[in-house]
Ligand binder design. Structure first.
Ligand code: GLA
Length: 413
């Protein structure tokens, strides 16, 4: 059964009627540019063919009721109560079950953004559409059923896919008319303030702006984007995902610590964010900060440059020219930023030893997945070698599959 069918079936079984529609949004892999997004830097992700589907219908009540195939039961909330739940105070768990905070958080963030008159929050740019002509709120009750084929916890942005699918559905059903970049900002707000994960905006931008055959170059300061054709298909290359099955979570631990190190590094350099430092500033950085903070800074500064170099290589010389940049990115994450894991290192090293063009861990790190750029003819050989190396090292069997640059959100039914 497809995930779209699973969302529809879940909806019909729970509510004994058909949804008004089904909306979906993709997960992503990041080709290069890791932890640069919250430093206002550059990233080059692409949306993948794995998607999250939301079957949704207006109900005529003032309640949002959410179900999902990956959790038991239903979570419901009056729309006016969302302001009491969110934002989630720093360091605390959400007032609703975490899986539902992605969904309810999007509804909350949309309502704040669009200025529901009943919140007293004031209209932020959408005052003319926040109310129907008769004065009734547009933020009407909905039933939502979620299903997904984006692997969860693998660093493939299953959360941004949920946020994108729900934001797209509510944008349509509530007739808000928000553009994709604004919806990406809504998704990030839900992730940061409702779920409580201090992430950047890459995942939501990548999901909302996905295009077939192209990666999305994003300037995370201006939020300007450029579509960069990858040329993988024409060059006979595949992007192999090696999901180590080691789950990661960004609401806790290392992710926030890395972010704090970057903020400290920027402060010590007297700049707004590490975006404003270049490779030429590194000798000075080494003098004004401790050794660990310096290595965190060096990763970000060199990674920003690698993203720019990758864009140039892809557009000027083609996809085979990016292999060394991918490898340099991995080494920098392993040694300087220290977010890799033994499983990710084995995945990358084994792929490279078996003629991958390039390989690196992708996403936030501390588990999750690596990607390898592999000639189609070498796919089986690389896959077999990785599985054998994991078995030999005593790791859990990895999950291997190829991904293709794919389209952003859409209405499926
Ligand atoms: C996670 C976050 C993103 C980004 C990456 C690391 O995926 O959600 O915002 O910071 O980690 O590049």
């Amino acid at each position: 059964m497809t995930a779209a069918d699973a969302a529809r079936d879940l909806f019909v079984a729970a509510h004994d009627r058909r949804p008004d529609g089904i909306w979906s949004a993709p997960g992503r892999v990041n080709l290069i540019g890791e932890h640069t997004d919250y430093n206002e830097g550059f990233v080059l992700p692409f949306a993948i063919q794995h998607r999250t589907y939301a079957a949704v219908a207006l109900t005529g009540t003032d309640e949002i009721r959410v179900r999902s195939t990956f959790a038991e039961g239903e979570v419901k909330a009056h729309i006016s109560d969302l302001d009491g739940f969110f934002p989630t105070p720093a360091g605390q768990v959400p007032a609703v079950p975490e899986w539902s905070a992605y969904v309810l958080g999007v509804a909350w963030a949309l309502r704040m953004r669009a200025g529901d008159p009943s919140t007293g929050s004031g209209a932020q740019g959408l005052s003319s559409t926040a109310q129907d002509p008769d004065g009734a709120t547009r933020f009407r009750g909905v039933d939502i059923a979620i299903a997904s084929d984006v692997p969860v916890g693998a660093g493939l942005s299953s959360s941004a896919a949920i946020e994108g699918a729900v934001a797209s559905a509510l944008n349509d059903l509530w007739e808000l008319g928000l553009d994709p970049v604004t919806l990406a900002q809504i998704g990030r707000r839900a992730e940061n303030e409702a779920v409580g994960a201090p992430t950047g905006i890459m995942d939501q931008m990548s999901s909302m702006l996905g295009q077939p055959d192209a990666a999305t170059f994003i300037d995370c300061r201006s939020l300007q984007t450029r579509s960069i054709p990858t040329g993988f298909h024409d060059a006979g290359l595949e992007v192999l995902v090696i999901d180590t099955q080691v789950k990661h979570a960004h609401a806790t631990g290392g992710y926030g610590e890395r972010r704090a190190s970057c903020e400290l590094g920027a402060k010590l350099l007297g700049i707004r964010s590490l975006r404003d430092a270049s490779v030429a500033d590194l000798p000075r950085a080494a003098e004004v900060m401790d050794e660990v903070t310096f290595r965190r800074v060096r990763h970000i500064v060199t990674e920003n440059q690698r993203v720019l170099d990758t864009v140039e290589a892809l557009t000027q010389r083609g996809p085979r020219a990016i292999g060394d940049l991918l490898v340099a990115s991995h080494v920098s994450m392993r040694d300087d930023f220290e977010i890799s894991s033994v499983e990710l290192d084995v995945a990358v090293d084994t792929a490279l030893a078996n003629s991958a063009v390039g390989a690196r861990m992708t996403g936030g790190g501390f588990g999750g997945a690596a990607i390898a750029l592999v000639a189609h003819a070498d796919l089986q050989r690389v896959s077999d070698a990785v599985i054998a190396a994991f078995a030999q090292a005593g790791f859990a069997t990895p999950h291997l599959f190829t991904v293709e640059p794919s389209e952003g959100p859409r209405r499926d039914a």
